[in-house]
Ligand binder design. Structure first.
Ligand code: ATP
Ligand code: MG
Length: 390
């Protein structure tokens, strides 16, 4: 029988009544994620998701790596299946775990039996297979307290399974199980991480990028799309909304005092994000903001930015250190792309002396010089939608 992947469900098992729909979301997300890799059967039995290759040359390694990024799974392991017979199980354990057994100085066997008609108890099966492994690999000893290797046997409905210890999965909740939000995606280090963090809470995301051509180049836009593409490994397929921002920035530059440029620009971002959110049933705006990192990230500046929207603004990085954000960016694989040189619209018209502690009323007064509604409508009319498959 083929190599298979067993996945243990995360927080969704706590969800009682909603559990079935959470499971369904997870299965659908997994199936979509595995589709480009090959033909796999994905099903859930007894709080375990099974991923079974349907063809002999299926790339199970690639499927395992893909499943490690799917939210809703807390641990997963590659396993081999065999008929529910003690000798078949022992023979499989000896063959399948050869490398692990040769490496380990000590081991133990743990068995679980959800098929209660199996003629041995869990302890008897563990002892039987433990003895067979000991005979096959005489250099190792059985240590039930602190073994280097734990061999796990599961006698389930359809077959018996043999595997070593599982590795951690992506955790969180299946994307789509907790609604939809828009996420402001720049080309920097932070916003891919904030997008990842909210997706991990089960939220489906619509990335929005504000693009200031020709002040920022086509390459800067491609970089953001590349970041979004990388994020699809976690977030699933996404449609990026690329909003033309040039005219708005030029109007601000021409009509407002320089010290307010950034503040007013960010208020436009929020208004546009809210409009896109409402049009798509999204219930929150995610940003990569972090308290105190740059001039616009004071509490006063945040108040002035958020005053233009009724939607909750989720800032999952707000209390993190830069070093922690960088560690996460490396872990999820966006860091190397984020540090490619690029210009962001925020850096194009950066004031020399930004106003860091504005009153909201003061920003509103300055903004009166602009036709806010017309500018927002114009930007939305020119928005390009880029569909990214996972
Ligand atoms: P990042 O690393 O995500 O660029 P940052 O530390 O550079 O963040 P800012 O440039 O002040 O901080 O931006 C704060 C947040 O505003 C970003 O994390 C992102 O969510 C949003 N943002 C900034 N520029 C853009 C843009 N051009 N398009 C979309 N969102 C943006
Ligand atoms: Mg930035």
């Amino acid at each position: 029988m083929n190599d298979i992947i067993l996945c243990k469900l995360g927080e969704i098992v706590l969800k009682g009544l909603n559990r079935k729909s959470f499971e369904a979301k997870l299965l659908a997300n997994l199936r979509r994620r595995l589709e480009p890799i090959g033909s796999f059967k994905v099903y859930c039995l007894q709080s375990t998701v099974y991923i079974e290759a349907q063809e002999d040359n299926a790339d199970v390694d690639a499927a395992f790596e893909a499943a490690r990024k799917v939210f809703g799974i807390i641990k997963l392991v590659r396993a081999a299946a065999c008929p529910k017979d003690k000798d078949a199980i022992a023979e499989l354990a000896i063959r399948y775990l050869k490398d692990d057994m040769l490496r380990a100085k000590s081991f133990k066997v743990e068995s679980k039996r959800s098929d209660k008609s199996f003629p041995m108890t869990s302890i008897e099966l563990s002892q039987y297979v433990g003895g067979a492994l000991q005979d096959a690999y005489p250099h190792t000893v059985v240590d039930v307290h602190e073994p280097e290797l734990t061999v796990q046997l599961e006698v389930r409905d359809l077959a018996a399974y043999v595997h070593a210890s599982p590795v951690p999965g992506a955790g969180g909740m299946p994307v789509g199980s907790n609604g939809v939000a828009v996420t402001l995606l720049s080309g920097g280090i932070d916003s891919p991480v904030s997008t990842y963090m909210i997706a991990r809470r089960g939220v489906r995301l619509i990335p929005i990028h504000f693009f200031s051509f020709p002040y920022t180049s086509e390459a800067a836009k491609e970089k953001v799309l590349e970041l979004a593409q990388l994020l699809t490994a976690y977030c699933g397929r996404m449609t990026v909304e690329v909003v033309p921002f040039t005219h708005i920035q030029e109007e601000i530059r021409d009509k407002c005092p320089e010290e307010y440029f950034t503040l007013i620009m960010r208020r436009f971002m929020m208004r546009i994000a809210e409009r896109i959110a409402v049009a798509n049933g999204a219930k929150a705006i995610v940003t990569g903001e972090n308290l105190g990192q740059v001039a616009s990230q004071t509490m006063e500046a945040m108040a002035s930015t958020q005053a233009v929207t009724h939607l909750p603004v989720l800032q999952p990085l707000v209390g993190m250190d830069k070093a922690e954000i960088v560690t996460l960016a490396r872990q999820i694989g966006t860091f190397d792309t984020s540090i490619l040189p690029y210009e962001d619209c925020c850096t194009v018209f950066t004031p020399r002396h930004p106003r860091t502690k504005p009153r909201v009323s003061e920003v509103e007064a300055v903004e009166k010089a602009l036709d806010v509604k017309a500018l927002v409508d114009e930007a939305l009319n020119g928005t390009e939608r880029v569909r990214l498959e996972e």
